[in-house]
Design a protein around this ligand. Structure first.
Ligand SMILES: Nc1ncnc2c1ncn2[C@@H]1O[C@H](COP(=O)(O)OP(=O)(O)O)[C@@H](O)[C@H]1O
Ligand SMILES: [Mg+2]
Length: 358
């Protein structure tokens, strides 16, 4: 879905400089309990996560529920503070000093959540909701409302019909269109979509996905597209990042991740995906059961307790992201996998592989 993009005057580092560089981002939540409400455990929700997002691309993030996708999004927006790690936005570190502040970053990075209703103030009309952030940023009333009406048209809602309506007077799909308009009101460069279509009916979902693709083209946007739905991620993404228990297990161009997944977890995840195409059915055992808890995750490779290829090294050493042993390294969009076992990486199409439960 990337294409030739017009030059953005805010694009200071040029097209080759990533819009976002995330380095070793970490968030561990304390778990409290007992009479004294002491910390009794730690949820390793996001653990040393590193990736970058290129200008104009859509990076998909997939993984089972609880693997840390939303925490990643909230860390990037600084809705929660990271324990460690850094974020660089178009060459500027997000920091109190010497880079760009969180507020400056938030103007250029916006987020759309799954729940269309709770993100809208029930006492504000659609035009008021969309105009709110521009007004807060000092844009005059008339200009802010003109912008709101323009955005309503852009998201497919006639402003004459919808500008004065309240959230409860709209359908879920219409409300999500308004949330998208709101996210665009400060002219961001990066939009984080966290399960943004997950609550919609299939036909409405398709319309909103197409709208998102059109808006990306029109406004020169970059997307971080988070979803548990592998089909939707394949449709939307240029590259895909696969997360397991707070860590990246695999990242690469969408075709490579979907046609030649290297991590046993990625293959197992795809094997549990419903498909209508018999040529693409795998012989891999699907993932069943719950992933282990991010409280006390397994040592070494976190997937090893469900992996049919696990060896002793997998318990001892944390695997780092690297090109697969027989992979094509001659590319500027590398396919990287965090797995110790070469046979596990190359095993696509063999019947023997699978996932078992510890
Ligand atoms: N505020 C919080 N306090 C404690 N644990 C949290 C908090 N937010 C998320 N978690 C835990 O962090 C893990 C990752 O959650 P989340 O990022 O929401 O996953 P996903 O979006 O992939 O489903 C889960 O185990 C979740 O229970
Ligand atoms: Mg989530």
């Amino acid at each position: 879905m990337s294409g030739a993009q017009a030059q953005d005057p805010r694009d200071r580092g040029g097209p080759a400089q990533p819009l976002l560089i995330v380095d070793n981002l970490r968030k561990h939540f304390p778990v409290r309990g007992g009479l004294l409400n002491r910390q009794v455990a730690t949820v390793q929700a996001v653990d040393d996560l590193s990736f970058s997002v290129r200008k104009g691309e859509t990076l998909g993030i997939v993984g089972e529920s609880g693997c840390g996708k939303s925490t990643t999004a909230r860390l990037l927006m600084r809705l929660v503070a990271p324990d460690a790690g850094s974020v660089v936005f178009d060459g500027d570190a997000v920091a109190e000093r010497g880079g760009i502040t969180v507020n400056e970053m938030r103007r250029q990075m916006q987020m759309v959540f799954q729940d269309s209703y709770s993100s809208l103030n029930p006492r504000m009309t659609m035009a008021e909701s969309i105009a709110y952030a521009p007004r807060m940023h000092g844009i005059g009333r008339k200009e802010a409302y003109d912008r709101a009406e323009g955005l309503l048209s852009q998201v497919g809602l006639n402003p004459r019909q919808y500008a004065r309506r309240y959230p409860h007077e709209l359908s879920g799909g219409q409300r999500q269109r308004v949330n998208i308009a709101r996210a665009l009101a400060l002219e961001p460069r990066l939009v984080i979509l966290d399960e943004a279509v997950a609550a919609l009916d299939k036909s409405v979902e398709a319309q909103v996905l197409n709208l998102l693709a059109d808006l990306k083209e029109h406004f020169n946007l970059t997307y971080l597209f988070i979803s548990h739905d592998l089909n939707v991620v394949e449709y939307m993404s240029d590259r895909v990042l696969v997360m397991y228990l707070g860590r990246v297990v695999e990242i690469g161009p969408v075709e490579q991740i979907y046609r030649k997944p290297r991590h046993p977890y990625t293959r197992a995840l795809f094997a549990s995906k419903p498909t209508l195409d018999p040529d693409r059915r795998t012989t891999e055992m699907p993932l069943t059961g719950d992933p282990p808890n991010p409280i006390n995750p397994p040592s070494g490779c976190r997937f090893r307790t469900r992996c049919a290829f696990a060896q002793s090294v997998c318990a001892e050493k944390l695997p780092v992201l690297a090109a697969p042993l027989d992979g094509d390294t001659d590319t500027d969009l590398p396919h990287l996998v965090a797995c110790h076992v070469p046979e596990a990486q190359a095993a696509m199409g063999h019947a023997a592989m699978g996932v078992h439960h510890a």
